[in-house]
Design a protein around this ligand. Structure first.
Ligand code: PAF
Length: 282
């Protein structure tokens, strides 16, 4: 497993793949890898001849008050988790490689996809995601890239950016990986949870599934939402950024359930210092 630190080295590897007519998949991550990330890598391996995992904690997608400094950085442990999978390499650029002095480009994504859910709670977050993911896709010239469906809204935003900028990479979504016992969606931010918080956090997906079930059963969505919010608070969560039902692709608010229209329920809530998100199909 090679460790590419520069865009030039990454591009040289991509060129060697292309010269042999072999395909390349990129799995972009911010590190602190867990089984969810490893499932993205395994999916990527089924889809392409070679897989590169990028590890870069991207400063532009964090607001000044957010957890950029605290975000876990464990590159050696990450490399040890990836080594047995037999991937081609890691891409671990420093900040100066991605945002060299004088960097002056912004990518602003403003649409119905970004003015809701995490986009409303974290203004400018998706601009930061859009610029870094565009850069990673263009730098690697990957044929495909795999992203987790836990960040469902991010996945829709990335599809939009990829299409709008004609980046020509196939974007693949991978199912959410959950803790076998509690069903808690795996996330690098679960590392912030104490044992007691982790126990409470395990209830989030159960409450979300019940909310989805209520909607499917034809219950009034507002009433089901308010009941589910009460349950989330009772489980020990603090601020609930959102708990909503939206259409799966365009992320429009659903007020009356139509079984013919694919929709999902979405939640973001804080417990201790961790902000957890989850989503599932109705
Ligand atoms: O989902 C993440 O880990 C990040 O948002 C991503 C896509 C790697 C961009 O920094």
């Amino acid at each position: 497993m090679q460790n590419f630190k520069t865009i030039a080295a990454l591009r040289a590897f991509q060129k060697s793949c292309k010269d042999k007519s072999e395909t390349l998949a990129l799995v972009p991550t911010m590190g602190a890898l867990h089984d969810g990330h490893l499932s993205l890598v395994k999916l990527a391996q089924q889809k392409a001849d070679h897989v590169i995992v990028s590890i870069f904690v991207n400063p532009t997608q964090f607001a000044p008050h957010e957890d950029f400094d605290a975000y876990p950085r464990v590159e050696d442990a990450d490399a040890a988790k990836l080594a047995p999978l037999g991937i081609a390499g890691l891409f671990t650029p420093r900040v100066a490689e991605m945002y060299p002095e004088g960097f002056a480009c912004n990518l602003s994504i403003t649409s119905a996809l970004t003015n809701c859910l995490c986009g409303a709670a974290r203004p400018s977050h998706f601009d930061g995601v859009a610029i870094i993911v565009s850069k990673l896709l263009l730098q690697s010239r990957a044929d495909i890239a795999v992203f987790g469906e836990k960040d469902w809204q991010q996945l829709q935003v990335i599809r939009r950016v990829n299409a709008d900028l004609n980046i020509d990479c196939e974007i693949i979504g991978a199912p959410i990986c959950r803790d076998g016992e509690s069903g808690l969606a795996l996330s690098s931010r679960n590392a912030y949870l104490s044992d007691a918080e982790r126990k409470s956090a395990g209830q989030l997906n159960v409450i979300l599934a019940a909310f989805a079930g209520d909607i499917r059963a034809g219950r009034d969505i507002d009433a089901a939402q308010s009941e589910a919010k009460d349950k989330i608070s009772a489980a020990g969560f603090g601020q609930i950024d959102y708990l909503e039902c939206r259409t799966a692709q365009s992320l429009e608010r659903v007020t009356i359930f139509n079984p013919k229209q694919a929709c999902r329920v979405f939640v973001a809530a804080k417990i201790g210092s961790a902000r957890l998100i989850d989503n599932m199909a109705v």
